[in-house]
Ligand binder design. Structure first.
Ligand code: S3P
Length: 172
């Protein structure tokens, strides 16, 4: 059964390249809600890029900031929130999301993910090694966890509006 949306924040989860930011922005427009990207909020709060936070302070420090930013974003006015791919994988952050929002897993095939992240990516987890192999391994480990989201939507390569329409139909 599909979840019922009654104005709680809508949180998009899923792997890098699943389309969380683009789909989230368009979904917000259609629902006349503000859109916010959690990674951008973290970068603004820290005054540095996600890559720099990973490089200088490590992933654990980033996850801590990420959890605090998401905790702030999910309280307050209803909005659409795109999260970084690892946010929902952290147990505390996942519990916050599951308890307070309508979460949507954007599930994309490895082909779509690879096509979207591009070759010379700045994401720290894709820096070393073969992009497709890394994404396939992340999918193997993470997909069973993303599957706990309230709703699973297959993310189409294009157009994004098909994905947005599928979300609107499911929560409508
Ligand atoms: C990460 C995904 C990134 C960013 C960081 C870690 C992950 O966000 O938060 O590089 O663990 O999957 P996007 O999914 O927006 O690329």
């Amino acid at each position: 059964p599909n979840p019922v949306w009654h104005g709680q924040p809508i949180v998009l989860v899923g792997l890098m390249g699943a389309g969380k930011s683009t789909v989230g922005r368009r979904l917000a427009q259609r629902l006349h809600l503000p859109f916010v990207d959690a990674d951008t909020e973290i970068e603004t709060a820290a005054g540095m890029t996600v890559s720099d936070i990973f490089a200088r302070f490590g992933e654990a420090h980033f996850r801590d900031g990420e959890r605090r930013v998401i905790a702030r974003l999910i309280t307050g006015e209803p909005r659409v929130i795109a999260t970084g791919g690892g946010a929902f994988i952290q147990e505390d952050t996942r519990a916050l999301i599951l308890d307070n929002t309508l979460s949507v897993w954007l599930d994309a095939s490895p082909e779509v993910l690879v096509a979207r992240v591009g070759r010379r990516d700045t994401r720290p987890l894709l820096r070393d090694g073969d992009t497709r192999a890394i994404l396939e391994e992340l999918a193997r480990v993470r997909n069973p966890i993303y599957a706990q989201a309230h709703l699973r939507i297959v993310s189409q390569q294009a157009p994004h509006d098909a994905t947005v329409n599928a979300i609107l139909k499911a929560i409508g």
